[in-house]
Design a protein around this ligand. Structure first.
Ligand code: ZN
Length: 239
């Protein structure tokens, strides 16, 4: 019985009793360190050590969290490609924008070559969802970064995003503030976080992508204030 339990154990646990991280004992590891509890995860193309809870634990060494891609960062031309599509995703009148969803993965598994795809998707001004029946689940498993847009809103993670973004990958939001008359009203911005199966860590987007001209990193996220996309959209379009 005990042997079976051990084989099924998903997470490993280590104490930082030495100054360097040891060899990874499993693909999901809780690290108890002098500066808190961290989650260490590794999958094809991506490895990260993210803070779960900050605290001081005397007698253990500290660790420094990180996000590590197998290859280079997402190049600015691919980021700009997404921004241009997001800008054009509007109703015929131009007054209403629709959310867009992008998947980014290594082409044929080669970490030197990023590729961007748009899955078949259902787009509204306040939501976007892939058409699950048409989703290639094998290809989706290789997706390292998922980016969606917020037309007429800033870049932030909504309650819906928190419910949807439970994989082990990077998740980004492109915010595209527009004024009610259809003009672009503000600076286009992007925020980025990593999720290890629903444990999140906000990171500077520049860690994993090159910002093209006209796109800036969003400011720090307001923890504990995860409003809904529809709420914000209604507020902004009503003003
Ligand atoms: Zn969202």
């Amino acid at each position: 019985m005990n042997t079976t339990l051990l084989q099924l154990k998903l997470h490993r646990h280590i104490f930082m009793e030495q100054s360097e991280l040891p060899e990874m004992p499993g693909s999901l590891v809780y690290v108890i360190a002098g500066n808190g509890v961290f989650l260490w995860g590794k999958r094809d193309g991506l490895e990260a050590l993210i803070p779960v809870s900050e605290c001081t634990i005397r007698g253990l060494y500290p660790v420094a969290p990180f996000v590590r891609l197998d290859g280079p960062r997402l190049p600015s031309d691919l980021v700009d490609y997404m921004v241009q599509i997001v800008r054009r995703a509007r109703s015929e009148s131009g007054l209403v924008g629709f959310e867009c969803l992008f998947y980014l993965a290594y082409a044929a598994g080669d970490p030197q070559a990023w590729e961007v795809t748009m899955p078949s998707q259902i787009q509204t001004p306040v939501s976007v969802r892939p058409v699950l029946e048409e989703l290639d689940s094998l290809a989706y498993a290789q997706v390292l970064m998922e980016v969606h847009s917020h037309p007429a809103m800033s870049a932030f993670y909504s309650g819906t995003d928190d419910r949807d973004e439970k994989g082990f990958r990077l998740y980004g939001v492109i915010g595209l503030p527009w004024s009610p008359d259809g003009d672009q009203a503000g600076q286009v911005e992007i925020c980025m976080r990593i999720s290890i199966f629903g444990s999140y860590w906000d990171i500077p987007p520049e860690w994993v992508l090159d910002l093209p001209d006209g796109l800036v990193a969003a400011g720090p996220q307001d923890d504990g204030n995860h409003h809904e996309e529809g709420d914000t959209h209604a507020k902004e379009t009503a003003s």
